[in-house]
Structure formats: structure tokens, C-alpha cells
Write a protein that binds this ligand. Sequence first.
Ligand SMILES: [Zn+2]
Length: 387
Amino acid sequence: MSDYQHPIATGNTAHAAKVTLIGALFDLALGVLKIITGILGHSAALIADGIHSLSDLATDAVVLLSIRLGGRAADKSHPFGHRRIETLGTVLLGLILLAVALSLLWHNTISLWQGQLSPTPAWPVLLVAVLSWFIKEGLYWYTIKAARAMNSDLLSANAWHSRSDAFSSIVVLIGAGGAMLGFWWLDAVAALLVAILIAAISLQLLKRSLAELIDTAIPEPQQQGYRQHILQTQGILAVNELRSRTSGGKVLLELKLEVAPRLSASEAHWLGTQVKQQLQQQFSEIGDILVHINSPATETATAESTLNIRPALTAALNQLLLRYQTDADNIELILYYQDPIRANVLLSSNARQLVDSVSASELLQQLQQLWPPAAQLQIHFYLKKAD
Ligand SMILES: [Zn+2]
């Protein structure tokens, strides 16, 4: 069985790659040896197991190749990167393996149906099966030791795959041995079992990569872990939305984060960047994150929020201040799209004369005459202290 994961997601990538490569070299040697011995020694089970070894090799090859192709940085025509190349490769590999498994199932069912046609397996078949069992069991111990030393899930999965391969060789040993003892059908039954194993591997590969192609979300507990981590950042009030999907084994996130209603855009942006960096530091499987900031006021604003208030209000304020020969250039306008919309008008310190001579309510009245929608707004005038 292949528990198919992305090697990049694990630490110690170089050592993990070396251990994987050693396993792949054994798969190549064993695959060729099994198929040749299976054909010459008349064992359908050993041929099927040889195909299994080569399919393991193909899986590793797709992973290694995808790391090279899919690891390329994003470019102008592929702004989201090239990781889906790996997904596509896995779909193709899964389909090929499924076809191989079905063809093995078909042929061995036919030969069981037709009865004994081919000669009984020769003794080298047993020798190769025993050799494969020993090598795969040895690879299990070699890999599981490295996995425990590095605390790597990927290598641990690889180790257990080696052990299931060792089991596959025992099935061949029993099948071919049984056939030599006179139970001719045992070899075909063993071949069927190995074919089912290959089919299971192919379905696992297809399931994972097709889920990725239709943008399936990551499991709920994993999402909960991300949410809890995000809320540890002070200033983030709620995670309104968390959308996830995967690309080449990397998790892509879209977040809608709620911040306090009066937070400046600059501070909210800073908070968003913090969340992004902390998530990527904590969870190595996360790739790109898109952060959207929600302000509670924005969600409940009245119909006026469809108006872009700033240009009209600025023009009206300029007109108003001109009446009092006050420099209008230094107005600072802070808008809150809440209910009702609030506008804080910060006047520069040289507007002190204006503030002393006219009351705020009078200013407001004049502003409403210049721009009637001002009546719907909650407008506050402030005088900035001298710098
Ligand atoms: Zn295998």
C-alpha cells in the first residue's frame, strides 16, 4: 500500500530522499528479476508481484519528478505555481495501475476458470520470492529506524509499505509453493491477491488526486486546529470564514478575519500578515494564504454604504472652510462605515480661529446645506494639537 504524501512537507528532506531512493533501486532490481523469473519459471503470482514492484517504482518516480517540475516558482502564466503537475501525474499513474490490476485480475480469473494449462512453477520462483521477502523486511527495519530518528510520517509510511510488500512476497511464496506441491490453482489465487493489492494502491492514488482536482476541503479537525491557532493572535476577534483546498499536497487557505471596528487599514493589514506568517511557521503543509479583513461595522452598515462618501464630503468640507479663509489642505478625514456612518474630521491647528468663532452645530448646519446627505452622517469635528 502506498500512503502517498508530499516529501517536501517533512523535514530532513535530503535524508528522506536518500532513503526513498534506496528503496526505489531495490524495487527496480526486484521488479525486473521477478517478471523474468516469473515468465521463465511459470508463476503468474511472481509476475504480478514484479509488476507491483515496478508500480512502486513508478510512484516514487512521479513524486521525485513532480518535485522538480512542480517545485518551480510561479510565473506569469502560472501565477499559482506548478504543483498541480504532480496531481495530474498521480491521476495518470493511478489510471495506469488500475488498468494493470484489472488486466491481471482478468487473466488470472480466466486461467482459474480454464484449469491447469501452464507447467508448475520452477524452484527459482521460490528463491526470488524468499529473496524479495528478506529484502523488503530488511528495508522495513532500515526505513522505520530512519523514520523514528527523524520523526518523519512520510518515511514511516514508506516503511510500512515495505512491510506490505514483504507480505505480498509471502503470498507469492505460498501460491507458487502450493502449486509445486500439486495445488496448481494456488499460484493464480496468489496472483489475484497481488492484483487486488495493486488495485487498492491505484484507487488510493486516484482518490487523493481527484479530491484535489475538485477542490475538496481539508478535514474538519485540521481546520479547527488552524482556527484555534489564528485566534491566539491578539486583535483577531473571529475567523468568519476559512476556505481550504490542496495543490500538489500543499494546503491553500482563504481567510476572512474579523478585527475591531475602528482598527486602521494599516494595523489590520499588519495583523493579517502576522496571522499568515505564524500559520506558515507552525504548519509546514500550508502553502499560500489569502487574508481578507472583516470589520463588524462593514457587515451592518446601512444603505448609505453604497455611496463613496469621501470625495463628496471632502469637496463640501473644502467649500465650507473656504468661507472662513481656513486652509483646507490639512483636513484629515476618518470614515467608519457603521450604522450610522461616522466621520471624524480632524482640523489642523491653524483652524483654531474658526473653531473659536463658530460652534460645531453651526458648522454642521452649513455643511448640510452644502451637501444634504451630511444629515444622515454622524460627523465630529476635532482640532489637532499643534505639532
Ligand atoms: Zn508496494
